[in-house]
Design a protein around this ligand. Structure first.
Ligand code: ATP
Ligand code: MG
Length: 192
C-alpha cells in the first residue's frame, strides 16, 4: 500500500485539488484509492458529501490498515509537522509570496529523508518572476500543471476532472493526462 501526503503549510496551494484528482486518476487506473482528510475545513469531506466521488473519504487515520492500494492524505494549511509517510506531494503556486513557505517546508521534509514530488500549479505565463520560478523548479524535477478553468469548473460541482460530466470541458484530455503522469511518477517512486 502506497501512502501519499499532500503537504504545504501555505494555504490555497492545490493540496486538496491534487488529493482528490489523483485519487480519481488512481481509480481510473483500476487501483483502490482512499482519501484521508486531515483538514478542519474538510475540503475533501465536502466533495465526499456531495456524492460524486468514485472512492471513499474519511476524516481520521484508521486504526487498522485499510484494504486499498493507495492512500492520499490531505493536510491542512499551517500544518508544519513533516508528514509521517515516506512520500510527500508538495503542490505550490509560483508567486513569490507563496514560494518562501514551500522552500522552508521542502527543506524540513528533505532533512527528514522524505521522497518529495513538487507540483507547480496555477502560474501566470505573463509574469516573469513566476515563469522563472516555475522553470527553475521544473529543472529540479518538479511537474508543472498550467492554470486552467477546468479545475474551478469541476470544483464548483464537487467533481473530479475525471467525472464524465466534465468530458466536454476545454482541454480536459490534457488535464487528465497530466494527472495520470503525476500519478505514474508517484507509483514509480520508492517507499510508502
Ligand atoms: N492549475 C490550476 N488552475 C486553476 N486553479 C487552480 C489550479 N491549481 C489550483 N487551483 C485553485 O486554487 C485554489 C486552492 O486550491 P486547494 O483548495 O486545492 O488548495 P489547498 O492547498 O488545499 O488549500 P488549503 O490550504 O486552504 O486547504 C482552488 O480554488 C483551486 O481550484
Ligand atoms: Mg485543502
Amino acid at each position: 500500500m502506497k501512502v501519499v501526503s499532500s503537504w504545504n503549510p501555505k494555504g490555497g496551494q492545490g493540496k486538496s485539488l491534487f488529493t482528490i484528482n489523483l485519487a480519481a486518476a488512481a481509480t481510473q487506473l483500476g487501483l483502490k484509492a482512499l482519501v484521508i482528510c486531515q483538514d478542519q475545513q474538510g475540503t475533501a469531506m465536502l466533495y465526499h458529501k456531495a456524492g460524486n466521488l468514485p472512492f471513499d473519504v474519511i476524516n481520521e487515520i484508521p486504526k487498522e490498515r485499510p484494504d486499498v492500494d493507495i492512500v492520499f492524505i490531505d493536510h491542512q494549511a499551517s500544518d508544519w509537522e513533516v508528514p509521517k509517510s515516506k512520500f510527500i506531494l508538495m503542490p505550490l503556486k509560483p508567486a513569490r509570496d507563496q514560494y518562501a513557505t514551500y522552500i522552508d517546508a521542502y527543506k524540513r521534509a528533505e532533512a527528514s529523508g522524505k521522497t518529495i514530488l513538487t507540483v507547480v500549479t496555477d502560474g501566470s505565463a505573463h509574469r516573469a518572476d513566476e515563469k522563472a520560478t516555475t522553470e527553475a523548479l521544473q529543472k529540479k524535477g518538479a511537474y508543472v500543471v498550467p492554470s486552467s478553468g477546468v479545475f474551478s469548473r469541476a470544483a464548483g460541482q464537487y467533481r473530479t476532472i475525471f467525472d464524465e460530466q466534465l468530458n466536454k470541458a476545454y482541454k480536459i484530455g490534457q488535464r487528465r493526462a497530466e494527472m495520470q503522469q503525476i500519478l505514474a511518477r508517484i507509483l514509480m517512486k520508492e517507499g510508502e
